[in-house]
Ligand binder design. Sequence first.
Ligand SMILES: Nc1nc2c(ncn2[C@@H]2O[C@H](COP(=O)(O)OP(=O)(O)OP(=O)(O)O)[C@@H](O)[C@H]2O)c(=O)[nH]1
Ligand SMILES: [Mg+2]
Length: 403
Amino acid sequence: MFSLMANCCSWFKRRQEPVRKVTLVMVGLDNAGKTATAKGIQGEYPEDVAPTVGFSKIDLRQGKFEVTIFDLGGGKRIRGIWKNYYAESYGVIFVVDSSDEERMEETKETMSEVLRHPRISGKPILVLANKQDKEGALGEADVIECLSLEKMVNEHKCLCQIEPCSAILGSGKKIDKSIKKGLYWLLHIIARDFEALNERIQKDTIEQRALEEQEKRERAERVRKLREEREQREREQAELDGTSGLAEMDPEPIIVNPFQPIATVIIENEKKLEKEKKRQNMENDCDACPLTHRMEHERSRISDSSQKNSELGTVENYTEALTQPLENEDETDQPSSESDNSKKKTKKLRIKRSHRVEPVNTDDSVPKSPTPPPPPPPDFYGKPLPPLAVRQRPNSDVHDMIS
Ligand SMILES: Nc1nc2c(ncn2[C@@H]2O[C@H](COP(=O)(O)OP(=O)(O)OP(=O)(O)O)[C@@H](O)[C@H]2O)c(=O)[nH]1
Ligand SMILES: [Mg+2]
């Protein structure tokens, strides 16, 4: 009767206990069997596993414990993330592949690194000597020896339990009893020192979060600086590529299309032709004027023409090439008998053509071609372009090499 009452009191007392949330971290080399073990605990088929990239998380209820297990990837490159989970861990599950003797040294170093971390030292550790079903797997004593386990745990003041097991034996309620036993042991130790552990974990977690925030800010700052440097480099490169200077002053430069519609070219040419005609008329009128006046007139005309040349660019050059016969016509149309006028005219023509690249002047030394170039039709630009052969070419005095 007394014992029944004591049991009832104990049950009632346990019911009053608050639910404790406990986080565990599961680590070990890749291929050790961590995910298989975690799946087995959860009641899933343990053999259907793939290497863990990052982590996987399982939640389970064990008596008064709400347990969260972080199953972390064990690959060499992923091991760096383990430390991010140490602060909130109440204990460690370290899984060892007992059948892989060759990697025992690596396992030892890795375990030592975990236990000496300031956020792990002093916390309980469960070692699962996994894959006992495999032939040649090391037994419990061999694993302890290979890992120098006693020495290591004493050094870092960690309570330790080792369980030889096989994760693929079963799952859920049929899970390997050693795994179940090991888990009970770990939770029991945690429950015993819960207050002290909990205080440490709260403190470590706050520090860890602050550190993470700091790292995040530093990372963002690094990214910002890198972006700024890259943009600066791009700007400098753009300047080197010649988009600086005028291009910078005028962000949208006007690009003159060299391939203008033919109608535009014709209109330009017509204008030019009209101007030429006017000029000719004026020249005829001016023939009566004194030579100096005419010289002045020619100079202003040349400068006007040069300016226009630079303005009109390609089109103007083309126009000039086409209007060349008009100037020749000036030359040929002058009556040769008027000797005074002829002298004046020669001088005038030299000035007139001074802005062009001319062949050696043949006016005096070489006799003129017996067949003068054909005069252009009066309405030249109103008609289709003449055949290439009759068009006056620049430097037409020089004959083609191949004729
Ligand atoms: N024979 C045998 N095979 C096992 C046992 N436990 C796991 N395996 C197999 O070992 C391989 C690796 O198992 P995982 O659970 O993925 O190993 P892990 O430790 O999670 O590996 P990472 O995620 O890469 O860190 C899988 O093919 C499992 O089926 C076991 O107890 N016995
Ligand atoms: Mg895994």
